[in-house]
Design a protein around this ligand. Structure first.
Ligand code: PMP
Length: 350
């Protein structure tokens, strides 16, 4: 009998994917994943509470949705919680299918999830200022009829926000198609404008994706989708009933009340540091810095691979973006001390 080989029966679209590589690179300063550098500990939240682990979590995550709704002054019925926003991207593509359209370079998961679900994807290159190519996007909407359009603003990895006018035109064109536009606002808390929440009332094909990951709670895995009830109720059909565990629901809800002032302080501190880091980086010869409204900065050097490796040797881990943007590196804004050390080492390398 032939040996059983699962690779023979795997779906065609899965063959092109590889498993997520969680290769740990030892470092003393970790500035590669756009996390918050400020430690938040489990014991800050659960020292005195009894959480029943023999029971399933609330499948509706009501307390957490209500806590989020209060912060945004919207109804909790317009919020759906995911195990990170990654899961919500997956649910959206599973529910509405493809084609999926997004500008590039951007967050890789839109393409990876489209590929795993098995839907077609269309990519539109950003212009030389990393802004959206409005004409091409609108053309693709009309000709390819995407079901979902993902726009990360501020965009990862470029760091900039896109022109609001261009996005509004895209949403308006998409509405007639009809397609849903998802504005991924993972980095909105670090950004000077208010994002797309105020436009939700104007467009029923608009949804907004946010996360607690970038503002201090990446380990918890809480993402949330904001949209009208009809849209959410479709996506809710594929949501696994217990997608957000009991500890996560408890801690995230507590963090939004007890810990919120602290979170806001951390955000202010990161924005301050980002501005300083940007200024200092631009003073280094051989570095081109791009504007950022996020908690990270994209910059270019002559030989990014060499700089990346030398930084690792000094215990500093950043992200090598050269496979998507030539000679580009992405550094997450760390604490004042971490940023100082990063700048010192980079200065020595260049
Ligand atoms: N969207 C963007 C633009 C991101 O950069 C990231 C994380 N890198 C995510 C979504 C995923 O966030 P989460 O941790 O909530 O899954």
């Amino acid at each position: 009998m032939n040996k059983f080989n699962p690779a023979f029966i795997v779906r065609e679209n899965i063959k092109k994917l590889s498993p997520y590589q969680a290769k740990e690179i030892p470092c003393k300063i970790k500035l590669d994943a756009n996390e918050s550098p400020f430690p938040v500990k489990l014991s800050d939240f659960i020292s005195e509470v009894n959480i029943p682990l023999n029971r399933y979590p609330d499948p509706e995550a009501l307390k957490l949705r209500k806590a989020l709704a209060k912060k945004m002054k919207i109804s909790y019925t317009n919020i759906m919680i995911g195990n990170g926003s990654d899961e919500l991207i997956y649910y959206l593509i599973l529910t509405f299918g493809g084609p999926v359209l997004y500008p590039i370079p951007t967050f890789a998961m839109y393409g990876i999830i489209a590929q795993s679900v098995g839907v077609k994807k269309f990519e539109s290159k950003l212009d030389s200022d990393f802004d959206i190519n409005e004409e091409e996007m609108i053309n693709l909407i009309k000709t390819e009829k995407p079901r979902l359009i993902f726009i990360s603003s501020p965009n990862n990895p470029t760091g900039n926000t896109f022109s609001t006018d261009k996005i509004l035109k895209i949403i308006d064109t998409a509405r007639k198609n009809p397609s849903i536009v998802v504005i991924d606002e993972a980095y909105q808390p670090f950004c000077s404008d208010r994002g797309f929440l105020p436009f939700l009332k104007d467009f029923d094909n608009l949804a907004i994706l946010r996360t607690l990951s970038k503002i201090g709670l990446a380990g918890l895995r809480v993402g949330y989708l904001i949209g009208n009830e009809n849209l959410l109720s479709e996506a809710n059909k594929v949501r696994l009933p217990y997608n957000v565990d009991v500890l996560t629901q408890y801690i995230a809800t507590a963090a939004l009340s007890k810990f919120y002032a602290q979170i806001k302080n951390f955000i202010t501190e990161i924005v301050k540091e980002r501005i300083r880091l940007q200024k200092e980086l631009s003073k280094i010869k051989g570095v081109t810095v791009f504007p950022s409204e996020a908690n990270f900065i994209l910059f270019k050097v002559k030989n990014s691979q060499n700089v990346y490796t030398k930084l690792i040797k000094s215990g500093i881990l950043i992200r090598d973006m050269s496979s998507t943007i030539k000679n580009a590196l992405r550094v997450t804004v760390g604490t004042k001390e971490e940023n100082k050390e990063f700048l010192k080492v980079l200065n020595n390398i260049l």
